[in-house]
Write a protein that binds this ligand. Structure first.
Ligand code: HEM
Length: 464
């Protein structure tokens, strides 16, 4: 959903430079200062439809940030890249896609589509786990296979499941109809993953054949494809651990928390990699505005990097909460039971094991990291709110803070209500949304190309 809005935003933003250039030209031809007088009114009028668009779609503050500035100050990445693509490229702007802006748009839409697919795949995987459906298919083929098509085939499949420890210890007495539900969940998750493979590979081959994909992009996408193919293997490696008989007869069978964390973390990496690449394709340069804003953005960049790392680590720690079913312990907040820190957080040997396998420690770590994430995003907002920077960056910082607060609220609600599927999935989707905003923010404050810097340095002269 976020990607859909982003694509619409970027598509509309592409027309912005032309409008702004014409406004600026009108302003200059009348010899008036660009930010006031009738020319300014004309400028505002020509930007009005876009502002209306901005209020229709979600990224209102971001578009307002881009549109609400005097025309003279507005130099966006798009405006630079539309000045003769090949010249800009040879001046130092590293375009990932050749053959012009139409090709860039197609490749961008494809990559945003792929990241949206991964987003939905992660959420579907979460629902599969939360409905305890993940261990229903007891074998795996890389290429996949058809589901059972007759009652006899369903019976056969069910008999295989009945041999698994999960059936024997948790689901004994389950009916074939109940089995069909958990089977379909797991089947859908696996097939959705394979579908991504097709949606990725076919257009990739087409764009390669058309000569759109430049070498650095080709290498990056090949790496992401390898990670995606490996993700299927990691998924099966994870499921296999849940099909093994647990060591103690009192323990419920469940997948290894390490393997679950590896599977989820790898999904996060693929998602963030695709999103970053899609943004780099459609926005080869960050929105800059003027040289002062570029200098200020450099200060923000130094703060955004550690904040991104903290949010990323918090997300990975969430994978351990999920893997250890730690959300079913200490369903109280802010205290954990009657104490702030449970007594048994160091009960395992060696001590480091507690961080990954001890339910109490895993949940405590997640609480601490989540609070640190919220505080660090809040700190970023406080530290930068007085800085004169591009309004798009300001909007993104505010959105990230809002999302971090919502994510913490969702996390606490999930815990207090004993991890219902709806809230837990919303919390998982929230983690991905927060990561998306952090990626978007980091992408927006990255260093501009020498071409953009040169263009900004010469821009004021145009008005004189
Ligand atoms: C910035 C804040 C947070 C982030 C980025 C975050 C991220 C995550 C992630 C990625 C998961 C794994 C989701 C899954 O695979 O199902 C998770 C699980 C969980 N988180 Fe958070 N979380 C945050 C805050 C919190 C807070 C404040 C709490 C409550 C104190 C909390 C409680 C939980 C619980 C109970 C689960 C396990 C849910 C399940 O079993 O599916 N989270 N979190």
């Amino acid at each position: 959903m976020l990607e859909g809005r982003l694509i619409s935003f970027l598509r509309k933003a592409k027309t912005l430079p032309q409008q702004l250039r014409s406004c600026t030209a009108r302003v200059h031809s009348r010899g008036l200062p660009p930010a006031s007088g009738p020319a300014s009114a004309a400028s505002k009028a020509s930007a009005a439809p876009l502002q209306r668009w901005g209020s229709l779609y979600g990224f209102r503050s971001l578009t307002k940030g881009l549109l609400g500035q005097p025309a003279r100050k507005m130099t966006t990445s798009a405006s630079v890249t539309t000045f003769g693509k090949s010249e800009v490229s040879s001046e130092g702007l590293k375009l990932l896609v050749s053959e012009g802006s139409a090709a860039r748009k197609k490749v961008g839409i494809w990559l945003f589509g792929c990241s949206a697919w991964v987003f939905s795949l992660v959420v579907l995987g979460g629902i599969t786990r939360l409905t305890r459906s993940g261990l229903s298919m007891t074998d795996w083929k890389f290429t996949g296979r058809l589901p059972p098509l007759s009652e006899d085939e369903w019976k056969l499949e069910f008999e295989k499941y009945q041999q698994s420890p999960e059936y024997k210890r948790v689901n004994r007495g389950m009916s074939v109809e109940e089995f069909k539900f958990i089977y379909w969940m797991e089947y859908a998750h696996r097939m959705w993953g394979r579908g991504l493979g097709i949606v990725f590979v076919l257009p990739f081959t087409y764009f390669l054949a058309k000569g759109f994909i430049r070498r650095p992009l080709g290498l990056r996408l090949s790496g992401l494809f390898a990670l995606g193919a490996g993700q299927g293997l990691v998924g099966w490696w994870m499921v296999k651990s849940g099909l093994e008989e647990p060591l103690s007869e009192y323990v419920q069978p469940r997948v290894s928390p390490y393997r679950l964390a590896a599977h989820l973390t790898s999904a996060f990496v693929i998602y963030c990699g695709l999103l970053w690449t899609a943004l780099s394709v459609v926005m080869p340069d960050p929105p800059a505005g003027n040289l002062n804003w570029v200098h200020e953005a450099a200060k923000v960049r130094k703060l955004v990097l550690p904040v991104s790392v903290i949010v990323g680590i918090t997300a990975v720690s969430g994978a351990f909460v999920a893997g250890n079913d730690a959300g079913h312990a200490y369903n109280t907040f802010p205290k954990m039971g009657d104490s702030w820190i449970p007594d048994d957080i160091f009960s395992m040997e060696p001590l480091l094991r507690n961080c990954f396998e001890n339910t109490s420690t895993v949940q405590l770590n997640h609480r601490i990291l989540a609070s640190t994430s919220l505080l660090s995003v809040g700190g970023l907002w406080l530290a930068t709110r007085k800085i004169d920077m591009h309004p798009a960056i300001q909007s993104l910082i505010r959105s990230t803070l809002g999302m971090a607060a919502l994510q913490v609220t969702l996390g606490i609600s999930t815990l207090l209500s004993y991890v219902p599927v709806t809230l837990a999935s919303a919390h998982q989707a929230g983690a991905l949304t927060l990561l998306s905003l952090v990626i978007l923010l980091a992408h927006t404050v990255r260093k501009p190309s020498p071409a953009l810097l040169r263009s900004l340095a010469s821009f004021p002269k145009c008005g004189s």
